[in-house]
Write a protein that binds this ligand. Sequence first.
Ligand SMILES: [Zn+2]
Length: 317
Amino acid sequence: MRATLVRAASVICALAFAACQASQPPPPSAPSALFASQWNGGLDPAEPDFHVQAIDANTLAMRQSLRTTFEAPFLYLIFGKDRALLIDTGVEGVDLRGEVDRQIEAWLQANGREHIMLTVMHSHGHADHIGGDSGFEDRPYTEIVGHTPEQVAAFFELDEWPAGSAHYELGERTVELFPTPGHHPSHVMVFDPATRILFSGDTVYPGRLYFQCGKLPEFRETMDKVAEFAVANDVQWLLGGHVEMKSLPGETFRPQNPSRTGEHVLELPASIIGEIQDALDGMAERPVVSTFDEFVLFPHPADPRGKQPPNWCLAEE
Ligand SMILES: [Zn+2]
């Protein structure tokens, strides 16, 4: 009932947008199950380039500031006894290397260690997930994974790409990776049994789940694989690459919005996978942009110039 009332208010706002902007306080952010603070929303001019929050002493989430990029991607740094794993390097133009070095130095001090190997990998090869790679090229004790499916498959010995999975040893902590194409050909998800978190990149996050018009079957196949994996491995949370939903069901921030209040929390429960499967079923043969409470299915043409959502794919026929 409450959600219905909220929706009614937002419809009225859409009709008289300027008046509502002035009179309505921003919606509150829901409390997070994993993070102590709300993520920086680009409102403070002094906001640092990265907002780092610990899930536990060996698992960090880092958000690149909205003040540096509207994409505001989330990156993850997780530590085993012998190796740290950085998932994604964000958008270029900020000193990610410096931030990661500071975090690793703090971990080494806390653990009485001299150094630790670092592997830099990516959820997928889009520019907002690989932009900080060059900062790591001359870093000692560091390996950088390439961006193509062939390079990712070779590095992790995913010999049956896009089938199969690989275990990657960090030292008394082993993660499992598997290919999840659909959003991007080299997309992988990383499961960490220690936290029961599935790092889900841009395939599952509270926002616009983009896939090209012809890729619906591939995206669906990936989601079925993720569903099966989540049940078999008792996945608890999915942490993705962005937040674009508001805390109000079915409401998104406009693309390229420079600052945000009232965001959806970063984490999604494993039950979201079934909801995405149901949404894809409903889309069936008619792929149109479709909004749900916690995500938007966003089929789009390879080149969207001159075309408009939500019927992009149908217009191509
Ligand atoms: Zn992205």
